[in-house]
Write a protein that binds this ligand. Structure first.
Ligand code: GLU
Length: 481
């Protein structure tokens, strides 16, 4: 069975790149009907941020990336938080020492600092690598603090096959005797993720390409234990566009890059998921760009993952988001948009009609307040807005005639629904011998004070109601005197 995992470190917000890793890892498992695990990698105690695990869990919940095993739900391979598995790692590190693939290092901080000062590039000098058994035992007995290091082969090369990037090889002489267990007894990421991936039965390690070159060190651990290596699926880099047109690793300076910030700005989780699914993966024989999570489970395969960096395009995400918003049913839209409506809504306003008009005209939910403000109150405007070449309105006389007549007809109209308003206004056009477009133009400017509006004159009047419509037409007429 395919088993994958998402193994974030709880260091703060959920970066969109991390979410993409979670999504791809989930899809690799689910495409095969496999299992997806959430594991919290919190052994770097200095980088911990309180509440970060909750952010991870709630993000996965909001995006429907359901894990089969994880910290808050448990499972047969728990615990799923690394700090709760400390003893396990120590046991395996000792095993590795017995196997001759790791060793105790008692070098003091001072010694290491001196080493670094004299040569900051060559790393640890393997001083403790060849201590005798007796020396080690004596040091342990004396209670000297120690770390456990991986004993790298000194010659030859280590290679592995990555499902996306192909064969990756590293000269062993370039590999540092990296620390597996720190002086505080906590394992490093470099060690514990390997132990966990093995114990949790992970078959495919899906993660960012920043681990591509350190993976030779990890496969050496598998080999030393005699464990089967997992398949590696490293994902392409995620880049952001800089102002000068160049690209660099996607970060905050490119815009909102945390899932939560995007949601707070009115992006829908489904749209975000759809967009990031395409950031590094391409569907085969599929013309559509729209994929629900269910669709993705069906069509997502590893061979569709690209190795070239993907550029996060905020414009494209906004477009996707708009498409998702426009397709929402009214009820869903109303409930999603509600938290974004900060404006006090006057009683005269037909809220539902207004939202129906706005739904197809916004690209993110946070645009709602701005887009609805003219319904709520009329801002002042320049009467020149009425002049319009296409509708052959070149002087204010015709505008005045139209609005005067419209006012009288509308005053006598009680049912302010769109159809009714439309037929009432048609009589005005007929009476004055003007085109419907010309008439509607004048009325629309009068009732909105804007050149471009969501919806036409009659739709706007249906939203704001009779009293407000008439008062806005009066306001316009006063301008025209
Ligand atoms: N904790 C690591 C990170 O957040 C996980 C890397 C991996 O998936 O192996 O980058």
């Amino acid at each position: 069975m395919t088993v994958t995992r998402f193994a974030p470190s709880p260091t703060g917000y959920m970066h969109i790149g991390n979410l993409r890793t979670a999504l791809y890892s989930y899809l690799v498992a689910k495409h095969d009907g496999g299992k997806f695990i959430l594991r919290i990698e919190d052994t770097d105690r200095e980088r911990l941020v309180e509440g970060a695990t909750d952010v991870i869990i709630s993000t996965l919940k909001l995006t429907d990336i359901v894990y089969d095993e994880g910290p808050n739900i448990g499972g047969p391979n728990g615990p799923y938080v690394q700090s709760e598995r400390k003893e396990i790692y120590l046991e395996y590190a000792r095993k590795l020492i017995d196997l001759g693939a790791a060793y105790y290092c008692f070098c003091s901080k001072e010694r290491l600092e001196k080493l670094h000062e004299s040569d900051s590039t060559s790393g640890y000098d393997r001083h403790c690598r060849n201590l005798t058994k007796e020396e080690v035992e004596a040091n342990l007995k004396a209670g000297l603090p120690y770390v456990i290091r991986q004993k790298m082969p000194l010659t030859g090369t280590t290679s592995y096959y990555d499902e996306v990037f192909g064969e990756i090889s590293m000269k062993n002489e370039e590999l540092q005797d990296q620390i597996l267990i720190k002086a505080d007894g906590f394992p490093t990421y470099n060690f514990c993720h390997v132990i966990d991936d093995h114990l949790m039965g992970v078959t495919h390690v899906v993660r960012g390409s920043e681990y591509l070159t350190s993976t030779p060190k990890y496969v050496l651990l598998y080999d030393a234990f005699g464990w089967e290596r997992p398949k590696y699926v490293h994902l392409p880099l995620l880049m952001g566009k800089n102002e000068d047109g160049s690209v660099s690793k996607l970060s905050k300076r490119h815009g909102a890059v945390s899932f939560q910030d995007l949601v707070n700005d009115g992006y829908l989780p489904e749209a975000i998921i759809n967009y990031i699914a395409l950031l590094g993966w391409c569907p085969k024989n599929n013309e559509s760009e729209f994929f629900s999570l269910e669709d993705l489970k069906k069509v997502f395969t590893i061979d569709g993952i690209s190795k070239s960096p993907s550029v996060f395009d905020f414009e494209k995400l906004l477009w996707f988001n708009g498409e998702y918003i426009h397709k929402l049913d009214d009820e869903k839209f109303l409930s999603l948009v509600k938290p974004f409506v900060k404006t006090q809504i006057p009683d005269n306003l037909n809220y539902l009609k207004m939202m129906q008009l706005l739904k197809t005209r916004i690209s993110k939910l946070s645009e709602i307040d701005d887009k609805m403000s003219f319904f709520v109150s009329l801002g002042d405007y320049d009467k020149e807005l009425f002049l319009n070449k296409k509708n052959k309105i070149s002087d204010y006389g015709i505008v005045k005639d139209i609005l005067t007549e419209a006012k009288s007809v509308l005053s006598a109209t009680d049912n302010f629904c769109n159809d009714n308003l439309f037929s009432s206004l048609l009589t005005v056009a007929e009476k004055l011998g003007v085109k419907t477009g010309t008439l509607m133009w004048c009325v629309r400017i009068a009732v909105s004070g804007l050149l471009a509006t969501p919806g036409g004159a009659t739709e706007i009047m249906e939203v704001i109601g009779k009293k407000e419509s008439l008062s806005r037409i009066d306001f316009a007429l006063n301008k025209l005197i």
